[in-house]
Design a protein around this ligand. Structure first.
Ligand SMILES: *[C@@H]1O[C@H](CO)[C@@H](O)[C@H](O)[C@H]1NC(C)=O
Ligand SMILES: *[C@@H]1O[C@H](CO)[C@@H](O)[C@H](O)[C@H]1NC(C)=O
Ligand SMILES: *[C@@H]1O[C@H](CO)[C@@H](O)[C@H](O)[C@H]1NC(C)=O
Ligand SMILES: *[C@@H]1O[C@H](CO)[C@@H](O)[C@H](O)[C@H]1NC(C)=O
Length: 300
């Protein structure tokens, strides 16, 4: 029997030790829930995956090519920003008419749940344009139109390139109406009998500001269900829910979930994570290998 000389075995041992030590440590870095879409942070109560965030906001978001979309019955709307402190989200509807572009008739429709938990903010004004004189908002539902910081229809028809066409065709100003989302919610554009709408947010700051400088878009204002998500977050978890029961969960790691906070359910989670990730297990392995190789060498 030909045995390799001890020096070769020693070299082999050293090489193996080096190889094992240099190997990357397989830490489970994949987060359970995505925390951003493009530049927009995704925090509780919102989420991109089912089972993350609050169940009330299930299936409302989608991240396509790093752009965040808010899904509604009238289509996906691009999310421009989310302010988690003020609890607001700004949407832009690319097919909406604004001061600079007139686009075909389009509706903004939300689900009942959306209207309840993430409705358009108080400072988002909807402007119904080119209404017929038979429109309900000019007759029986006149009270739904309000004075918007002293602005008038003529200001819009005269000041906006996009809306000048309404003025030109009739040689008079067709009626318009400044209203809020509820009007849109309870009456479709067909019932309202207005051909176009636009929406403006931060309306409380637009006194004396011309329509060219208004901020067009829709600001939604959301409420965050208070279910003790803070303590889950502080324990290192992410708030989520069971996709079957919608029961709330604190997502702790790939190994275990808890209903309250990570660690509160016991030490299992931490230990299983430790065993799989901690460098000391690897070092122990290396040590064992070196010791056994040395034993072999010693025996030779
Ligand atoms: C996500 O949003 C985009 C936005 O245009 C849409 O085309 C797509 O169908 C949506 N995907 C899902 C799964 O809802
Ligand atoms: C304005 O409304 C009238 C009907 O009330 C319609 O005939 C006309 O086409 C509308 N104007 C535009 C530019 O859509
Ligand atoms: C924890 O919850 C998440 C989201 O529901 C799920 O993907 C994961 O498999 C769960 N882990 C365990 C161990 O149940
Ligand atoms: C998570 O840990 C708790 C106790 O620490 C255990 O009762 C529960 O079954 C575990 N859940 C999963 C999905 O492993």
């Amino acid at each position: 029997m030909h045995l390799p000389p001890p020096l070769t075995i020693f070299k082999l041992a050293t090489t193996l030790t080096l190889l094992l030590t240099l190997q990357p440590i397989p830490i489970h870095t994949l987060p359970l829930c995505k925390t951003s879409c493009g530049t927009i942070p995704i925090n509780y109560p919102f989420a991109l995956e089912d089972g993350c965030g609050a169940p009330q906001f299930r299936n409302m978001f989608n991240c396509t090519f790093n752009e965040l979309f808010f899904q509604t019955p009238s289509g996906p709307y691009k999310v421009q920003s989310i302010d988690y402190n003020k609890k607001t989200m700004v949407l832009y509807d690319p097919s909406m008419s604004t001061c600079s572009i007139l686009q075909p008739h389009h509706e903004f429709i939300m689900t009942d749940i959306q209207s309840a938990i993430i409705p358009p903010s108080q400072d988002t004004v909807f402007v119904l344009l080119n209404c017929s004189i038979d429109s309900p908002v000019l007759n029986h539902y006149k009270y739904l139109c309000f004075n918007f910081e002293g602005h008038t229809c003529d200001e819009l028809y005269g000041g906006c390139n996009a809306f000048r066409v309404f003025h030109l065709m009739t040689n008079s100003s067709p009626p318009c109406c400044f209203t809020n989302y509820n009007t849109m919610k309870f009456m479709s554009m067909n019932i309202l009998d207005c051909t176009h709408y636009t929406s403006v947010f931060n309306s409380d700051k637009l006194k004396g500001v011309g329509p060219l400088d208004w901020v067009y878009g829709i600001k939604l204002s959301f409420s965050v269900p208070d279910i003790g998500c803070e303590s889950c977050k502080q324990s290192g978890g992410t708030c989520g829910f069971d996709t079957d029961t919608e029961g709330l969960l604190c997502l702790c790691s790939g190994f275990n979930n808890s209903t309250r906070e990570c660690g509160a359910a016991g030490f299992e989670g931490m230990i299983s994570e430790g065993l799989n990730n901690a460098p000391w297990t690897r070092h122990l392995l290396v040590l064992l290998l070196v010791v056994s190789l040395h034993t072999v060498m010693w025996l030779l």
